[in-house]
Design a protein around this ligand. Structure first.
Ligand code: GLU
Length: 268
């Protein structure tokens, strides 16, 4: 195996959570053990929820724990930029490539139309999966929608199959991807979604292992499908258990302090 490259990729929509710090710790230790690299990437595609103050809190908290990174937004590195909002053009380029190769398509559905589809599914007691009705639009259909002022999102054509992968922590996993439907990779405002941006970055930044919380397991088949469509090497995945509150629910503010900085302030 070549050099191990792992990362922590927080979204700056809050202070560094102890759960993210724990994930960072496992990645850091794995990098140190294998003589690899530990990388910090800021996943700030959601501009409304992201802030500079949270970015600073995340950097300071990781440093307070001694989890220093080899590459990242502040220290740079061979795969800069390490901040997603600085590379929207890159995601656009790959989305276009997927469309050109027939793996993705423009979806002109409005929020109201999608809501209606969802309601129909609920009424008919079926799982809500996008119908795929924009998959085969003609050029005329598209031109008509454009004249109506509609802006397209881009959806990935999710293949229907049994997807198997070996999780280095959980073991062999299997998913029925026909239950996932064609998902949006670029919103109509030109912003990439998490599942898309994360693959482009992990691919470009040559990550070898994706070690993260098990709340992301259900995203993994979608991400693997994108790697496969791009003809890229699929990294190894490992999903860690989550830190839970004493009542076994997800640890949140109602259980007390959840931010690393709160513990630092308390003198830990
Ligand atoms: N930005 C994502 C999060 O904070 C990263 C998940 C991942 O590691 O892929 O949950």
């Amino acid at each position: 195996m070549g050099e191990v490259r792992v990362r922590i990729a927080p979204s700056p929509s809050g202070n560094l959570h102890v759960g993210t710090a724990r994930t960072a710790l496992f990645n850091y230790l794995f990098a140190k053990k294998t003589g690899g690299k530990f990388i910090l990437r800021v996943e700030d595609t959601d501009k409304e929820r992201s802030s500079e103050a949270y970015i600073k809190n995340i950097f300071d908290s990781l440093k307070a724990m001694g989890l220093n990174w080899d590459e990242g937004p502040d220290v740079g590195g061979p795969y800069a930029p390490y901040t997603q909002s600085e590379k929207f053009d890159v995601y656009q380029k790959y989305a276009k490539e997927l469309m050109d190769k027939g793996f993705a398509y423009e979806c002109y559905c409005t929020q109201d139309e999608l809501e209606e589809e969802k309601q129909t599914c609920i009424n008919e007691k079926r799982a809500h999966i996008y119908s795929g009705r924009c998959r085969d639009l003609s050029e005329e259909d598209k031109a008509k929608f454009k004249r109506e002022g509609r802006k397209p999102a881009i959806r990935f054509k999710m293949p229907s199959k049994t997807m198997k992968f070996h999780d280095i922590i959980k073991g062999d996993l299997e998913f029925d991807t026909s239950l996932m439907g064609d998902f949006v990779i670029m919103k109509s405002n030109g912003t990439p979604t998490y599942n898309f941006a994360v693959v482009i970055d992990d691919m470009q930044m040559a990550m070898t292992h994706i070690i993260r919380g098990e709340d992301h397991i259900s995203n993994t088949p979608k991400q693997i499908a994108i790697y496969e469509a791009l003809g890229a090497e699929v990294p190894q995945f490992g999903h860690l258990g989550m830190i839970l509150a004493p009542d076994r629910s997800k640890l949140s503010k109602r259980h007390g302090a959840t931010a690393v900085s709160e513990f630092v302030e308390k003198g830990y």
